[in-house]
Design a protein around this ligand. Structure first.
Ligand code: NAD
Length: 326
């Protein structure tokens, strides 16, 4: 298949958007056209750093491109993405897709009608520590996820569930292929006017249970997942990029083995710590976006995937608001 050189623009070049610019400069089949940011000083700074063009209006940039990254605050995703799609452009929207399901559905419908790609930046899906689980049959019955971060003004335009927990909701939905049976949730507001700390217990129809905790009022960053299933327990440190797998009678080549007896039978616990090649997940996502437009790959997280994660995040937020009056 003949691949096309795609003309790319970035809308919103703050904390994360500037990394989109940096990566696009080095991705095959990409011609970086330029950037737009409502903060003109920031746009100038990033355009000059990466030797690209700063556009005066978003429409001038949209007009000159085939596809755009939208890296603006969440509450602007819908209007910015809608404009891009209406002008026939593919979009990579940073997570969460939008603020509401209605907005997400409208974007998905508009893009489908125009045969355009919508990809959502749920970056943890390509975290190498999570990808290290690929060789294993992962069917967890109990999942514990913790995502803690020190306070930052960025992201506080939405509750912590939509800013931080949504990463883990997306991971969870990608691991467990079963409808949700029940959700219990609690949370509190500490610094902002919305939920700063949240906890959700999600039970699926296949009886798997997940406990997720997220906080934006923590001393240090922690992003950890623990998965428990018959004959297997594993821990994933998404931040340090460490995955550790404990299996009963696993086929692991691991030298670390612990024999034990259970009901008269000899068994062995094997410990494996896969060698993880550090990669840049954002670059992987953007290459996947370019390849998806060129028809070589499918988006890792589609608009529908982003919408499903948002739907559960909103449900959890509503439950917390009802339970905790915040
Ligand atoms: P930021 O505040 O640092 O940057 C946002 C930029 O967008 C600012 O420079 C602002 O001036 C600009 N902006 C605001 N409204 C705009 C508009 N209508 N048009 C053009 N520019 C506009 O925020 P950030 O931390 O870079 O976050 C941006 C988005 O990325 C958010 O949706 C956030 O949830 C997401 N994000 C994702 C991850 C991840 O891990 N995938 C990490 C951080 C942020």
């Amino acid at each position: 298949m003949k691949t096309k050189i795609l003309k790319i623009g970035i809308i919103g070049v703050g904390h994360l958007g500037q990394h989109h610019v940096k990566h696009y400069k080095n991705i095959k089949n990409v011609k970086l056209i330029g950037v737009f940011d409502t903060n003109s000083t920031q746009a100038s700074k990033i355009a000059s750093k990466y030797k690209t063009t700063k556009f005066k209006t978003v429409y001038e940039l949209i007009n000159k491109t085939d596809a755009l990254s939208i890296v603006t605050p969440t509450d602007t995703h819908y209007t910015v993405a809608r404009d891009c799609i209406k002008f026939g452009k593919h979009v990579f929207i940073e997570k969460p897709i939008t603020n509401t399901i209605k907005e997400a559905d409208e974007l998905i419908k508009l893009a489908k009608k125009r045969k355009l790609i919508i990809q959502i930046g749920h970056i943890e899906r390509v975290n190498p520590a999570l990808l290290a689980l690929k060789p294993y049959k992962i069917k967890p019955k109990f999942i514990e996820i913790q995502r803690l971060a020190p306070y930052s003004i960025r992201g506080t335009e939405v509750p912590v569930v939509l800013d931080k927990m949504i990463h883990d909701i997306d991971i969870l939905l990608s691991i467990i292929n079963s409808p949700i049976k029940t959700i219990q949730a609690n949370g509190i507001s500490i610094i902002t006017d919305s939920i700063d700390v949240a906890h959700a217990r999600i039970k699926f129809s296949n009886n798997s249970v997940a406990n997720i905790t997220s906080s934006r009022i923590a001393k240090k960053d922690i992003r950890k997942i623990k998965l428990f299933q018959r004959d297997l327990y594993c821990t994933i440190d998404l931040l340090k990029c460490i995955t550790e797998i404990y299996e009963i009678n696993g086929e692991s080549e691991s030298k670390i083995q612990a024999p034990f007896n259970y009901k008269g039978k000899k068994k062995i616990i094997t410990y494996t710590k896969p060698k993880i090649k550090k990669t840049d997940p954002l670059k992987i996502e953007l290459i996947n976006f370019i390849n998806s437009i060129n028809g070589i790959e499918n988006p890792i997280v589609t608009g529908e995937g982003g919408r499903d994660a948002l739907k559960l995040a909103i449900k959890i937020t509503q439950l917390i608001k009802k339970e905790s009056n915040c």
